[in-house]
Design a protein around this ligand. Structure first.
Ligand code: SF4
Ligand code: SF4
Length: 316
């Protein structure tokens, strides 16, 4: 048993982040906890104790009889109906209130997944239960905690975004908190910079097709999925394609467009599988690209495309 304690709670969650974390390899989750000397106070899929005993653990933390180093929240915060939070309760109390009190005791707080980070799918319009993230409401402040809230360890809620979050990003965040503590560097959306400093587009095996504007109109082809099929890879910060899922694949590598699930604005109110365009030019361009430059480049790139790409004979 280590002396760095971790409590994992689910609020409005599908359990996908827990499933993702259980798929962690090298080290697996049990090794990760053991190697780092982490005491798991509670996790819904791993703890043998009955849910009733979870309440005992929470009571001990709230009474300052048990210290809490790391609080991991999976799922969005429910404020409805009518501001009561009673649509999601634990031990008869709104989970929202309980989580707020636990945050005041925790040294660090990790939001695991886009729901806990920004609201995610449960907060999609019309959002009748007034669901938010831990410290954000999509791209704006307005989550459970105030925008200037800091944990005892001096950091805001750290957003390990993704739907689900990538297991390596979750594991790295836990380890980096242990090693770096307050020195951990976050990006503008309070995501750990180390895990979110590349675009999903980088490392995609379809990149050469993208460069030469070789686009697919149907699934199953080898071309790029940006121009017609809705891929958000060039607009999304995330480690997919650099850290593969199950050490095998990513959505774009497998032929499915990136949905931009690490973004605070996920899910966008649009068709995931369609690129909105004006003429043949996407409305949303890759991050940082100027439209006039893009227009000039696009025609030239297509004209310069190698025959092996036009014939789809690259093997990728
Ligand atoms: S972020 Fe995605 S995987 Fe995680 S709880 Fe929400 S819907 Fe499920
Ligand atoms: S499929 Fe998506 S991620 Fe891959 S190259 Fe095209 S735009 Fe980039």
């Amino acid at each position: 048993m280590g002396d760095f304690s971790l409590l994992w709670l689910q609020s409005a969650a599908c359990g996908g982040d827990s499933m993702s974390l259980l798929g962690l390899e090298n080290p697996n989750l049990i090794e990760l906890l053991g190697n780092q000397g982490i005491t798991l106070l509670w996790h819904p899929s791993l703890s043998p104790e009955r849910p009733r005993q979870l309440q005992t653990i929470i009571d001990a933390i709230l009474a300052d009889d048990r210290h809490l180093d790391l609080l991991c929240i999976e799922g969005a915060i429910v404020n409805g109906p009518e501001g009561t939070g009673l649509a999601d309760v634990l031990g008869g109390r709104p989970k929202r209130d309980l989580i707020g009190e636990l945050c005041a005791r925790a040294k660090f707080v990790l939001a695991m997944g886009t729901c806990a980070s920004y609201g995610g799918i449960p907060a999609a319009p019309p959002n009748p239960m007034d669901v938010t993230g831990m410290q954000w409401r999509n791209k704006e402040p307005g989550g459970l905690l105030a925008p200037d809230w800091l944990s005892r360890g001096g950091l805001p809620v750290i957003n390990v975004a993704g739907c689900p979050a990538h297991p390596l990003n979750m594991a790295q965040s836990i380890i980096n908190l242990l090693i770096q503590g307050t020195a951990m560097v976050l990006d503008e959306w309070n995501r750990p910079q180390e895990s979110y400093n590349t675009m999903v587009h980088q490392g995609c095996t379809r990149n050469e097709y993208h460069e030469y504007d070789m686009e697919e109109t149907d699934f199953g082809g080898r071309g790029c999925l940006f121009f017609n099929l809705g891929c958000q890879g060039p607009k999304t910060s995330g480690s997919c394609n650099s850290s593969l899922w199950n050490n095998q694949k990513s959505k774009p590598r497998a032929g499915v467009p990136c949905f931009g699930c690490t973004s605070p604005s996920f899910p966008k109110n649009k068709d995931f599988f369609k690129t909105d365009k004006i003429g043949d030019v996407p409305v949303e361009l890759p991050t940082g690209v100027e439209r006039p430059n893009y227009m000039a480049y696009k025609g030239l790139a297509k004209a310069a495309a190698p025959q092996r790409l036009k014939d789809r004979t690259t093997g990728l």
